[in-house]
Design a protein around this ligand. Structure first.
Ligand code: KG4
Ligand code: ZN
Length: 340
């Protein structure tokens, strides 16, 4: 089998991005994402609008992924799709599409766990990117999740810490909303943080036991702080926006790094890989790098296009499962709360 070219189509539709990717023996041939700008004016993802947009996007996105990969659908060996976790209406679009396409082509169907995919994205063959050795710790930070995972093998993973309320991306986006920034606010806060003083304002870090996280108290702290300051000076936000962003980012990074330090200490595992939309953050990337000297860990950061939601990560899991002949039944169902 190894001398043969194995082509897998990956499909991702768990939230507000419709994505498709073709992988050949671990190398990505195409990675197409259609973002849904429609949610911007609502300041967050509207599930009903998301599933409708997925329905409109999925056929052209898949067609484009095949075209960019320069292959015909008849050359595909299997179709991998995101089974969950995510928004039910969104997942259903990708699931039904993948099922009918696999059935039509008479090839295997492979179900993929979205959170597992964020981690296994590190195993995409990519020049200049090293793969983490087992065992390693994965920190998945996105708009929907914040987890620390122990990974002993491709499909042997255990969540050892996670948020008990909001995800870290929500902390960014909700803080941004309070500051009047657009959605999602993470990239804008990141950009402004580089121009401001991270120690201008202090936000207390939540006290959560062990390796778990909490971000809902942080968001409230930001809200009360801003309300208080704006009462005294109506121009407080516009006059100090970069410093506010830098201070918010400094606190969030501190929370993440503290838990990661504890996790490497508890598990004695020194290889750390990050994934998810927030891993695009320049401050987190820098703090992880700085930690290599300070804490003796080795860090792995995926290529930017594989950090936010994408189908390349679904395709690599599809490829790994294909090699194991780990296929889905034709009656497999989407699962909004699928666990690792
Ligand atoms: O993984 P993702 O694309 O979708 C989810 O599965 O949620 O992550 C989206 C999240 C948003 O909350 C967005 O604000 C955040 O990732 N994000 C960032 C940055 N780029 C995206 N947060 C902080 N800094 C960034 N540079
Ligand atoms: Zn995600």
């Amino acid at each position: 089998m190894s001398s043969q070219n194995i082509y897998i189509l990956g499909i991702e539709s768990s939230c507000d991005d419709t994505a498709a990717s073709v992988i050949c023996n671990g190398k990505i041939l195409s990675n197409v994402v259609a973002n849904q700008n429609i949610h911007e004016e609502y300041g967050g993802v509207v599930p009903e609008l998301a599933s409708r947009a997925h329905q409109q996007n999925i056929v052209p996105v898949v067609a484009q992924a095949l075209k960019k990969a320069n292959i015909d659908k008849s050359q595909l060996h299997a179709i991998a799709f995101t089974r969950g976790p995510g928004l039910m209406g969104s997942l259903l679009v990708g699931t039904s599409f993948a099922k009918s396409m696999a059935y039509g082509l008479d090839i295997p169907l492979i179900d993929v766990n979205h959170m597992q995919a964020h981690i296994l994205a590190h195993f995409i063959e990519e020049d200049g990117y090293e793969k983490p050795p087992f065992p390693f710790l994965g920190m998945t930070i996105s708009g929907g999740h914040t987890q620390i995972v122990r990974i002993d093998d491709y499909f042997k993973m255990e969540v050892i810490g996670e948020t008990i309320d909001d995800a870290v991306g929500e902390a960014y986006d909700k803080s941004g909303k309070i500051l009047g920034l657009g959605y999602p606010a993470g990239p804008e806060i990141d950009r402004r943080a580089k121009l401001g003083n991270p120690k201008a304002y202090r936000f207390t870090k939540p006290k959560v036991d062990g390796l778990n996280f909490s971000f809902s108290g942080f968001k409230t702290a930001v809200l009360y702080f801003i309300q208080r300051e704006v009462k005294a000076n109506p121009n407080f936000i516009s006059e100090n926006l970069n410093d506010i962003c830098a201070s918010i980012q400094y606190t969030i990074i501190g929370i993440l790094i503290d838990k990661l330090k504890l996790a490497t200490k508890q598990t004695e595992i020194k290889h750390v890989a990050i994934g998810g939309g927030v891993s695009a953050n320049s401050g987190i990337r820098q703090a992880l790098k700085d930690g290599e000297k300070k804490f003796g860990w080795t860090t792995y950061v995926p290529k930017f296009e594989f950090t936010t939601d994408n189908a390349a990560m679904i395709a690599i899991v599809g490829y790994l499962k294909y090699l194991d002949e780990d296929f889905a039944e034709s009656n497999v169902m989407a699962s909004a709360r699928l666990k690792l």
